[in-house]
Ligand binder design. Sequence first.
Ligand code: B4P
Length: 191
Amino acid sequence: MFNIILFGPPGSGKGTQSERLISKYGFKHLSTGDLLRQEIAANTPLGIEAKNFMDKGQLVPDEVVIGMISTCVDNNPEVVGFLFDGFPRTEAQSEALDKLLKLKQTEIGVVLALEVSEEELVKRLLNRGITSGRTDDNNEEVIRARIVEYHKKTSAVADYYRKFEKVVNVPGEGSVDEIFDSLCREIDNRI
Ligand code: B4P
């Protein structure tokens, strides 16, 4: 099993690149953003709680996302590997993920960190907000709050995995194809 974390600030292209990586390598895609949006659409108690945080650009509490991911990992015993997209986003989530994978006698193979400038992130997300209907994308203040939250809590995830020499920085600006090729090169070197 080879497991990947696709890492980067909001709007860095994690969702976009995940789709392509999954169709090329057959990984099981686990996107906490998508899972949370499904809970919101189904109006579950978890979704109602998560929406309060997401609409303000804040992270959803660790115990909520860790529980959700743990269930998904348990429900997918026969996969070639997991592609974690948007998870972990805090140090506590990173530690919980490592424990979860250890129980399955596996680990994170590589953390691919997409690097994109703040102005480009804001431009992309505002642009997506025009068509996506996502309430966290159509307001610049909320987008900037998400970026602040990223610097405050999520960038620590890269520091955590750097201790284990698992982080590779990948330029996230340029065409989707160019970025995809760089990500594939890094995976092929390690798989
Ligand atoms: P997520 O759903 O994870 O999404 P994201 O950070 O907004 O975006 P992503 O990086 O996937 O961008 P995308 O490819 O779509 O998070 C949403 C919210 O959920 C969080 O703010 C938080 O509240 C909550 N949440 C999720 N996970 C959590 C966790 N683990 N813990 C706590 N809370 C959690 O790309 C964005 C846009 O850029 C698209 O329109 C795309 O077309 C465009 N784009 C992509 N690549 C491009 C390129 N190369 N050039 C130009 N445009 C490009």
